[in-house]
Design a protein around this ligand. Sequence first.
Ligand SMILES: [Zn+2]
Length: 139
Amino acid sequence: MAGSIRIRAEILKEMVHHAERERQTECCGLLAGSGGVITRIFPVSNSLASPTAYEIAPMDLFQLFRRLREEGLEHLGHYHSHLRTENFPSEQDIAQAYYPDQAYFIISAQTGAPRPVRAFSIRDGHVQELKIEIAASGL
Ligand SMILES: [Zn+2]
């Protein structure tokens, strides 16, 4: 990952809509695509049902990974929302970032957030912000 991540506009929009629907708990999901471009979104339920943390149940993750394999999709990222804190990785997010080559999108559920969606690379406890590039839709 070279400092940026490419994603289709409609996926970005869906991610924000998911965060808007979940007002009491952090929302989360997986992002996938091909050729390094995120073209698919897989919303998952937050197994912690917490307003300050999230976790994808191992069974959900297992089923999602199988689906990605079946559809020939690359797993490119994760997303979750922050309800009341800045959309920057929390200590827990950093500690639980097991995929150094993936983009971690964080959506702010606060109205009027200056940057409602941000993306990061988290590698060995080191956080680097990624530039979000909108890829043209439709192929
Ligand atoms: Zn978080």
